[in-house]
Design a protein around this ligand. Sequence first.
Ligand code: XIL
Length: 397
Amino acid sequence: MRKFTFLSLMMVLAVVCIFACTPSTSSSTDARENKSTKQSKEPVTRALAAAYSPFFSFGVAVNRNHVTQEDNPGANIVQQHFSVLTAENDMKWESIQPSEKRFTFKGSDALVSFAEKYDKELIGHVFVWHQQTPDWVFEDEEGNFVSREVLLQRMRDHIFTLAGRYENAIKGWDVVNEALNEDGSLRKSKWQQIIGDDFIEKAFEYAAEAAPNAALYYNDYNLFKAEKMDGAIALAKRLKAKGIRIDGIGIQAHYSNEPPLEELEQSIQKVINAGFKIMITELDLTVLKFPDEDKVGADITLDFAFQEEYDPYKNGISEASHQKLATAYIDLFRLFLKYHEHIDRVTLWGVSDKDTWRNYWPMKGRTDYPLLFDRKHQAKDFVDDLIALAESANKIN
Ligand code: XIL
């Protein structure tokens, strides 16, 4: 635990900075007391979600194995540490309506029951996306693109069926996912090509009608980039100007253990100034090198051929890399706390390093360490620091 002395000191200083107030003697003492609790090597018994509840909700993406309890230790972590769940894959179009009008709710129903049983909130992910959406959606029987009218009808039916089934269960929906290019312009997806630029407006209109009680979000990756965030804000403002409801912008946050802190902070400030809520929707921090720096982001179609040199921690992560990860998580949560009045939720994209998508994306067969719980479902040592960070912030607040 000695290795965390510096980190913990930074943490205490950070908490003081978060609220830009002169620290009272008692708050410094409180932070030290938290530290000494940690040094007594007690296991993590306090929950992340409980510690952060004064600031924002703390969520996680779950997969089928958590919901069926096949991954029992993983399910236990979900129950203990997280208050709001997103389906990692089970509410995507290909899972819900794999062929026309054949709806398959097995996975999503099971998730909804799991959430009810353990008293968790649910986020719906996702209505309209160009990925994990079957070809039939865009095609007629001959394989040609359908008309704008047909595609709008299919979009509407899908949104109404899915939102309707879970009307009382879902707190917020990712309505449109990843509609922007890196420069903030509209991606030429099949949605855009067939319907036109207003496919986003239509999706939000249908969602507002079908899910009147749920919050509605636009969600994307690389929104720390100024140009891309400008595009997202322009999009949200366009909707608002037309009287179409949009409640917030979801920042995916698939980063590395060197996250873009300053750029992210500037992006967060822009969303706040524009008057929208922020959700951190898919946080994970790879410790592995991205095979092509120009493609950093979350394009799920990337599939680089396996190369040993990109998989250096097969038998365990290096101490230096782990320390970087710890610092990165602390720094990010310090930032989220600073803007907590505008951030509704922070969701981790996965429970443990055992089942993270980062092991198979953007290169299959690697051993990554991007989450808060390790392959044996143990909380990483800095989870205590994250909890102490929130508890100290709460005392100062
Ligand atoms: C990922 C899942 O984690 C993987 O299991 C799946 O194979 C591909 O999709 N942006 C999103 C998420 O909005 O839905 C993606 O999830 C990751 C990138």
